[in-house]
Design a protein around this ligand. Sequence first.
Ligand code: BGC
Length: 886
Amino acid sequence: MVVLSADLPAGLRMLSLLALSNLAGLSSGAAILPRDDVPAGYVAAPYYPTPYGGWDDDWADAYTKAADLVSQMTLAEKTNISSGTGFFMGPCVGNTGSALRLGFPQLCLQDGPLGVRTTDNITAFPAGITTGATWNKQLMYERGVALGQEFKGKGANFYLGPSVGPLGRKPRGGRNWEGFGADPVLQGIAGAQTIKGVQEQGVIATLKHAIGNEQEEYRMYSVIQAGYSSNIDDRTLHELYLWPFADGVHAGTGALMTSYNAVNGSADSQNAYLINGLLKDELGFQGIVMTDWLAHLSGVSSALAGLDMNMPGDTLIPIVLGTSYWMYELTRSALNGSVPMDRINDMATRIVATWYKLGQDQDYPPPNFSSNTRDREGPCYPSALISPTCVVNQYVNVQADHATVAKAVAQEAITLLKNNGSFLPISTSVPLSVFGTDAQTDPAGANSCTDKSCNRGLLGMGWGSGSADYPYLDDPISSLKRKAGNVTYYDSDTFPSSIPTPGANDVAIVFINSDSGENSYTVEGNHGDRDASGLSAWHNGDALVKAAAAKYSNVVVVIHTVGPLVLEPWIDLPSVKSVLVAHLPGQEAGDSLTEIIFGEATPSGHLPYSIPKSEDDYPSSTDLITFEFLGQAQDTYTEGLYIDYRYLNKNGKTPRYAFGHGLSYTTFALSSVSLTSVTELTTLPPTRPAKSTSVVASLNQTIPAASEAYYPSGFNRIWRYLYSWLDSGEADAAYAAGQSGTEYAYPAGYSETQKAGPPAGGPSGGNPALWDVAYTISATVRNTGASHAGKAVVQAYVQYPSGSAYDTPVIQLRDFIKTDSLATSSSSTVELSLTRRDLSVWDTTLQNWVVPAGEFKIWLGQASDDLGWVCSTSTGACQESDAGPV
Ligand code: BGC
């Protein structure tokens, strides 16, 4: 959900709303503002037409059935299933129209990435960033399975997640925590595992937000600003930002959501280069592309650019006027010939095919909850002026045993940054003094702030549409008190002025946090992004740690955070013995943590981003951009491939804790590392497969009779509800205009001839050869410690050939694996793999993935700065190396 005006400085909000409501009455067109020029070299080139769906053999059955159903639909039915019925015009955050005559239901779209939003009896899972920090592919998948079961149990057809955009380019970016970490491979693998788990339950995953939504502020279009333009060069786009979307498409995601902002000057929801070109032709995406909420800016242009569904259906001003750029307008555009019928057929077929592909034609439950109210009964259409009453909440409990997987993720994510003298774990009999309000549930209630739009008490998730309600919250202080004999809690973020002198063995546990979220809310001066707090702990957390460290000789710091924090104010203090990052644990924040503190479990999380010594260690191009009155802020990715560890390594800046860092209570050693060549790589991938013929081409492309769009006679309209019908006079007029010979002013580069597709393209993710395994790496991992069992994470980074014409980061993560728990002195063998894509660069001239000539080094280890083994693709040999690549 969005609050449009929140993107604006306070003084301008009212002005903007007034202006917007005026504008909305004028036209259904999109040209709101003249745009600032995008810097030279950043191009969103025209790409037309939209490739038909249905040329991937894996989708063939679903498309055959879908084409059969769509061939029986009237025009108004086709446009009805492609559009939302309006904000708050149904139980879910988004609701499509239906074609009930043919058995095609209204579809329910619901947030969000960590749980079914705004409802009860669900599991509040750990956030994406927490999941990324587990580096455990199996758990990523199991969390997806559990999420899928809960969405289906509530009757939601779509899971509006996972999020892999933002990627985490900006450390202050507000929604990085919804995704899995500041690296395309970590994002791509975690996103794909989530999609698999969710979709195996029959729920349509919606991979979001494509692309360039790297900051929250100024993301949206209004009359006083255009949403910022993320200006991304072709190579960076392919190797960083599009990368995890390719993985998600490859994993079969049924839907993709575009983002609010523009890419290279063209708004993402109508960016033909992005949707038609990259997503649908190069990645060969066969499913549904939808807008973000209220990001729909035009009728015809967005349809031609490849959009298939607008959400929640309204124009920029929701509810008030009951207007849409689609629904009845899309019907009109088809009748008057501006949107060709094959595009209408294609979008409808994509939607129906996705529904069949996920098996939703087989007894899929309708929604049994309302995201609008907790009452049992309420208006069926809350934003209608007059609405019938429905039973809207049946309070179905979908939790099953999902608390187990939620706790496992929360626990396996916990990242031990520092543990001087193996201070942790400690005994439950040690006297404990606990400081910081973050140790306990918000005293006003775990769900006291809408969408978690406050930071009071334990921080288990960020704020906005990516949040969910806690069914309960196991907070750390309750868990500490359950387990330990002597716990004193100081429920304040200010160190008490007088406390008893601690004994030499007393331990202080200090809880601090850092929050962020969606721009729809401002929390303690932070407008979604951490624009006010920066990378410092909230609520004077640094001072609290320093004060505790001055008084106690044993301090353990626990951090709940959305992303990196600068720890320099206290990290080197001798009494700060141990630091645990518990990320955003969701409902299972208590025992998951205290079992680590007391040694019932061994930490095995690793950082999904770097922790720099100073925010200034990052390039200024990744700072937050500022407001551009009556213009479009330009967010130009001049740092190219160099974000997070890629930038720090290139510039010789040693982080405090490197990407992938994470200690254990035990130690692990790698041995017997070997590299096996599986597929010999040519410089360019083999020729892509040709597209098979799409059934969409066989659907009737003639503009139908206007009567297909008439309101049924005697139909009782709900005021402000969005319908796809027109009054007969309007429909007749549109049809007549279409027959008059006047052509719509199509955009430059417009064409209606289907293309063969680019050389790098192919079904479901691009040229299938990109996923050929080039090498496998095998290694033995041994627990070399004396007293603790534990899980190890093995990470593989690739170093491209030196002297290559392609400037490439020193090392880049390409695969990882987590072992099962290894008892002391026991070992296991792990296997990692590298695909053709993992060893390629995007060549902007050839417009293809190229394997540079020369020797690749594959580095293996337990963090990006702890890579003790190296294999050479030239010799095939692997050896231990003290030097490391960075
Ligand atoms: C967010 C999306 C979300 C949608 C529906 C938007 O504001 O950006 O991530 O799915 O609202 O709530």
